[in-house]
Design a binder for this molecule. Structure first.
Ligand SMILES: [Zn+2]
Length: 181
């Protein structure tokens, strides 16, 4: 009984909302959240992603994936060095799933993108003013600014960018940012 009502209301929501376009980049997904989430689930992660730091060229970044880190950890991402305050741009379309802090990452933003890949932007100096959890973002939306918060406090400002595939964990973002051609 409950399942039936649940399915019916989901179906109604789908019919009501399926004609809707995503909201403008940086605005709340709101009622459209379940539909946008389903759309993301069906998308493939593109082989080429947008550079997540403004005005950085592929040749300016190094593949630091897997490098040794303190306490036996390995580097689960790449570091993109830039001046403090340089805009950090979303590498994908998606839904902002977290805006917050943690010990290692400092100020961080998580975006859930195509195929429910999760994109981690860390050591931010600050978040973009308008960015909140639940927002829809397009490629190149400003989500924050390069800094050295968290365990990067003795390191020059950089973005730590990580990609976590749904059900697979961390993968090397480098090939996605540097064209193989
Ligand atoms: Zn890093």
């Amino acid at each position: 009984m409950f399942t039936k009502i649940f399915c019916c209301s989901l179906m109604m929501a789908f019919i009501l909302l399926s004609g809707c376009q995503p909201p403008p980049s940086g605005e709340a997904a709101g009622m459209r959240y379940p539909i946008l989430y389903m759309q993301l689930q069906k998308m493939d992660l593109p082989a080429q992603l947008a550079m997540p730091v403004e005005n950085i060229k592929p040749r300016q970044i190094n593949d630091t994936w897997g490098a040794a880190r303190s306490e036996g950890r390995q580097h689960e991402g790449i570091d993109i060095f830039a001046k403090r305050g340089t805009p950090v741009l979303s590498a994908t379309q998606g839904i902002v799933s977290r805006v917050g802090t943690n010990n290692l990452g400092g100020k961080v933003v998580w975006v859930t993108g195509p195929n429910l890949s999760r994109h981690y932007y860390a050591h931010l100096d600050d978040y973009a003013d308008q960015i909140q959890e639940g927002d829809w973002v397009e490629v190149d939306e400003v989500i924050g600014y390069v800094g050295n918060t968290g365990n990067a406090k003795n390191t020059p400002p950089h973005l730590h960018y990580g990609i976590y595939l749904n059900g697979q964990g961390a993968i090397d973002p480098y090939p996605y940012l540097v064209s193989s051609s």
